[in-house]
Design a protein around this ligand. Structure first.
Ligand SMILES: Nc1ncnc2c1ncn2[C@@H]1O[C@H](COP(=O)(O)OP(=O)(O)OP(=O)(O)O)[C@@H](O)[C@H]1O
Ligand SMILES: [Mg+2]
Length: 360
């Protein structure tokens, strides 16, 4: 069978106290691919991972590794027989063992029998010179890299990682993420990484599975999930969003920024026009007049700056809009930092806005 997924889970369900914590989740991960399970706290990510690892048990659904069933509700391969490596946030190295023996811990015969493999991995994570060090002699980032080598030592076919970078400070994190990714790709494992940070998922993932209240609501390449969100909440999970609400007439919604097409929406339906702050265009006020409307940017609407924050690579500017007093947020390149009280005109890029039926 071509392209048998390395890991496949089908219709996994798990209840706690009558609540569907994992609610019919299906996923596939190919060898050498990184899939991120991304979602807010409590949505069921870790529970899904624990079920795949075999340390928790699903109420229903199946798990396959390389096309072979490892667990359904009758049959169950124990965790150690699944060829799955684990790396969790609170990865603990054994404090009384040097790095070499930490990495060799899961291997038959220890370090002396597996020196070549252990040294190769330590070299890959750039820790070979610390082979005789003890964990307390290493920085957080260094310990993390040893933990990665340890998880990879038995050549797992699948790596499950649960927020493995959240204990590291920001600057360290980016470097370690990139290096970890390189080593994982090199080893050819299929990776399922859990995170609640969109930036981490975008940086690491070939594919993102967006999870909410126990369900996967959208799945795809980071570019697609970001640029074609399935609903307002999916859009808002990745950045701040501005929402302009309107009512549909003849498949169009009239707003202070002009008309938006709402194909397939019934007359009278309320819709949300959703736009990320970086896709608002700002223009100057010319004695109470704004720029001319264009097909790409629609009609301008005027607002007054209520807040402007310099963030380094960009500025965040908030406006109180003349038309109804609502607040819109724009993100602009840092050279532009308007004063509070300035009147400016905003336009909405048509090709960057999303139109969804309002859910309230
Ligand atoms: N053993 C358990 N008994 C009862 N409830 C549980 C158990 N394990 C998890 N839950 C509940 O299931 C829900 C999902 O938990 P889970 O740990 O999977 O969330 P998560 O998505 O990993 O969140 P976070 O990002 O905060 O780690 C939570 O409401 C949690 O309280
Ligand atoms: Mg969790």
């Amino acid at each position: 069978m071509p392209n048998t997924p390395r890991l496949e889970i089908q219709n996994i369900k798990r209840q706690f106290d009558g609540l569907n914590v994992v609610d019919d989740v299906s996923l596939q991960v190919q060898p050498g691919q990184v899939t991120c399970l991304l979602g807010p706290s409590g949505c069921g990510k870790s529970t899904t991972l624990r079920i795949i690892a075999g340390v928790d048990m699903q109420d229903s659904g199946k798990i396959f590794v390389d096309g072979n069933l490892v667990c359904d509700t009758v049959f169950r391969v124990p965790p150690e027989g699944r060829s799955i490596g684990l790396m969790f946030q609170d990865f603990a190295l054994f404090p009384h063992l040097p790095v070499a023996q930490n990495v060799a811990f899961g291997l038959k015969g220890g370090y002396s029998t597996n020196k070549a493999r252990v040294d190769q991995l330590l070299d890959k994570v750039d820790m070979l010179r610390h082979v005789d060090s003890y964990p307390h002699e290493l920085s957080g980032g260094e310990q993390q890299r040893v933990a990665l080598a340890r998880a990879l030592a038995p050549r797992p076919r699948i790596m499950l990682m649960d927020e493995p970078f959240s204990g590291l400070d920001n600057r360290l994190r980016d470097g370690i993420r990139d290096q970890t990714l390189e080593v994982l790709k090199d080893e050819g494992a299929a990776v399922l990484l859990v995170t609640h940070e969109p930036a981490e998922a975008m940086r690491m993932a070939d594919e993102i599975a967006l999870m909410r209240r126990g369900k996967i609501v959208q799945q795809g390449a980071p570019y697609n999930v970001y640029n074609a969100p399935v609903d307002r909440a999916a859009a808002a999970f990745f950045s701040d969003v501005n929402v302009i609400r309107s009512q549909v007439h003849n498949a169009q919604a009239e707003t202070p920024f002009g008309r938006f097409l709402c194909p397939g929406q019934q007359n009278g339906r309320m819709v949300d026009i959703v736009i990320r702050p970086q896709h608002l265009r700002i223009d100057f006020d010319r004695d109470g007049r704004g720029p001319n409307p264009t097909p790409q940017d629609g009609v301008p609407a005027r607002g007054v700056v209520t807040r402007a924050r310099f963030m380094g690579s960009e500025s965040l500017v908030e406006f109180r809009m003349d038309y109804d007093g609502s607040i819109l947020k724009a993100q602009v390149p840092n050279v532009f930092l308007p004063q509070v009280g300035t009147a400016l005109w905003l336009m909405i890029r048509r090709d960057r806005c999303f139109v969804f039926p309002s859910d309230v």
